[in-house]
Ligand binder design. Structure first.
Ligand SMILES: *Cc1c(COP(=O)(O)O)cnc(C)c1O
Length: 403
């Protein structure tokens, strides 16, 4: 095992959350049909065993390093820092991973767990197709069959990712119910899981869903923050002043934040998608403009209308286009441990162009929200600050949006 891949137990338990019932304060838990409790209990038990098991940790470390390309660089973006007039901005380069984003950290963890549990089939839901591709990738790697639920609308919008999944041997199942988008795909995937739980593992793509998913996905993504913490201490001999990351369901952000939880001097800023503006109603800012509620099996902040119907989220960044957010973020917001802001489509596109022009790095439009916030927050962030931004993915997929 490479020493540089850090999966130590102490980073899994920074805030002793969630509790035994899967709650982060008021948020999280399990709001699912009785028939799913067995599957969730089994998963909780198996994961609790695996995370302390030497072989599991060795296997995961191996694939993270040799297959996905960890550790990723912590790059000092000198041109960007100079442009912004900020002392130092470092980029955590998750965009350099195999498949081009942080999602592979989680799908690798879950597939190794599924294989260990003797499961022969993976299912997943996908909106823009990025999580579907990351799941199809590890299914191919481990020789498991893979069905990905995707709304009929999204299948049309994301034809390239549908081709990728098919090429990787996955079966893409069109969901024609409801609004034919992500939230309907997630409902169908949960239904499939209830019926086929004996041989099937459901791979959730972000730090949301019923317990144990938020904890498990957070732990798999915490490799981001563990590496970043060690790297910044080595380069700067001190901790950063700010961590900044975009928030869709919240997995790349919680992965960066969690290992710094007990470092009280480190401020955390999550950047949601304000879409066409919070007042337009066309946005994905569940923390900034949503209310407490239940979605996809757990309690968190969600976007719903006056009748309690889940609203359609909007963002130019497909990966942020989700009407909920992981429960740990709702907890960090409530307790003030992290602050959540939002960036419009227009501002994100400016961030996208800025990073591309000054650093020669084309960011994913999701990650561009975090970059754009730095520009907007020049007055709030002190000039002498040391900042780490999570560059969650690369932007090749977004070229058509940015012209
Ligand atoms: C999916 C995705 C996101 C949003 O998901 P989180 O769970 O909030 O991290 C962000 N960036 C990229 C590049 C993505 O693919």
């Amino acid at each position: 095992m490479k020493k540089s891949i850090q999966l130590h137990k102490k980073y899994f338990t920074q805030n002793k959350m969630p509790d035994k019932t899967g709650h982060f304060g008021d948020f999280g838990g399990r709001f699912v049909p009785e028939t799913l409790i067995y599957a969730l209990d089994e998963l909780t038990r198996e994961y609790a065993r695996a995370k302390h098991d030497k072989k599991f940790i060795r296997d995961l470390s191996y694939y993270l390093a040799e297959y996905a390309g960890r550790p990723t660089a912590l790059y000092e973006a000198k041109n960007l820092s100079r442009y912004l007039g900020i002392n130092k901005v470092y980029l955590k380069r998750e965009d350099l991973l195999h498949t081009g984003a942080h999602k592979i950290n989680n799908t690798l963890g879950q597939v190794i767990l599924a294989a260990r549990m003797g499961k022969k089939r993976l299912i997943a839901e996908t909106g823009a197709g990025q999580h579907g591709v990351a799941t199809a990738t590890v299914a191919a790697l481990f020789g498991l069959s893979c069905d990905v639920y995707m709304g009929e609308e999204d299948i049309h919008r994301q034809a390239l990712n549908v081709m990728r999944m098919k090429l990787l041997g996955a079966n893409v199942i069109s969901v024609k119910t409801g609004t034919q988008t992500l939230k309907d795909a997630m409902t169908q995937a949960l239904r499939d899981w209830v019926t086929n739980v004996r041989h099937t593992h459901y791979v959730i793509g972000t730090a949301a869903g019923p317990h144990p998913y938020p904890e498990m996905v957070r732990n798999f993504q915490s490799v981001i923050g563990k590496e970043a913490r060690r790297q910044i201490l080595k380069k700067e001999k001190r901790l950063p002043d700010y961590l900044v990351a975009c928030v869709g369901g919240g997995s790349n952000a919680i992965g960066l934040f969690h290992p710094f939880y007990n470092d009280k001097s480190v401020k955390m800023i999550g950047v949601e998608a304000a879409g066409k503006g919070l007042s337009s109603g066309k946005h994905s800012a569940s923390l900034g403009a949503g209310a407490a509620g239940v979605l996809h099996g757990s309690k968190s902040k969600i976007l719903e209308d006056q009748f309690g119907q889940i609203k359609n989220a909007h963002s130019v960044a497909a990966g942020l286009d989700y009407p909920g957010v992981g429960p740990e973020h709702a907890y960090y917001q409530q307790t003030g441990r992290a602050k959540y802001v939002s960036i419009t489509d227009k501002e994100a596109l400016e961030g996208f162009k800025l990073l591309t022009l000054v650093e020669g790095i084309i960011p994913a439009l999701e990650s561009a929200h975090a970059i754009a916030y730095l520009k907007k927050a020049k007055k709030i962030i002190k000039k002498n600050s040391l900042i780490i931004v999570c560059l969650s993915g690369r932007g090749d997929k977004d070229l058509h949006e940015s012209y």
